[in-house]
Ligand binder design. Structure first.
Ligand code: HEC
Length: 123
C-alpha cells in the first residue's frame, strides 16, 4: 500500500476562491443533484443554462429560481463570491466563463433589477 506523503499533499495547488465557495455552499445540492439541481460537470444539464449567458443566469440564480434558494441559501454571501461559484460550475460543464470583473458584476446587477421587477409584476 502506498500512502500519499506530506510533500505530495503540500505540492497541490490551493483550491481557487470560487472552487472553495462552490465546495462550502453549492456542493451540498449541486454535487449530487438535490431537488434536481444541475450537477457539477453535467454538460447536458448545464448546456441550456450556459446559453442563457453569464449575466442572466447568475442574476436568476442569485435572486432564486424555483427550488434554487436565493444566494444559495446563504444571505451573507457576496455577489462576487456567488457569481464566481456560478462561473466555476459553468466551466466544469465546458463553458468559457471567466471570474466576473467589475463590468460583468454591473451587468449581473442590472439583470437582477430586471428579474426582481418582472417577479413583482407577476404578483
Ligand atoms: C439547497 C440546495 C441548493 C444550494 C445550496 C445551491 N443550489 Fe443552485 N440550484 C438548486 C436547485 C434545486 C436548482 C434547480 C432549480 C430548478 O430548476 O428548479 C438550482 C439551480 C441553480 C442554477 C441554475 C438556475 C437556473 O436559472 O435554472 C445555478 C446557476 C445555481 N443553482 C447556482 C448555485 C450556486 C452558485 C450555489 C452556491 C453559491 C448554489 N446554486 C447553491 C439547489 C441549490
Amino acid at each position: 500500500m502506498v500512502l500519499a506523503s506530506p510533500l505530495q499533499v503540500s505540492a497541490q495547488q490551493p483550491a481557487s476562491a470560487a472552487a472553495k465557495v462552490y465546495a462550502e455552499v453549492c456542493a451540498a445540492c449541486h454535487a449530487t443533484g438535490v431537488a434536481n439541481a444541475p450537477k457539477l460537470g453535467d454538460r447536458v444539464a448545464w448546456s441550456p443554462l450556459i446559453k442563457e449567458g453569464q449575466a442572466v443566469l447568475t442574476a436568476h440564480a442569485w435572486v432564486g429560481v424555483r427550488a434554487m434558494p436565493a444566494k444559495g441559501g446563504r444571505p451573507d454571501l457576496s455577489l462576487e463570491a456567488f457569481s464566481g461559484a456560478v462561473a466555476h460550475m459553468a466551466r466544469a460543464a465546458g463553458g468559457d466563463w471567466k471570474e466576473p470583473d467589475a463590468a460583468m458584476l454591473g451587468r449581473i446587477r442590472a439583470e437582477e433589477a430586471k428579474r426582481i421587477a418582472a417577479l413583482k409584476a407577476k404578483k
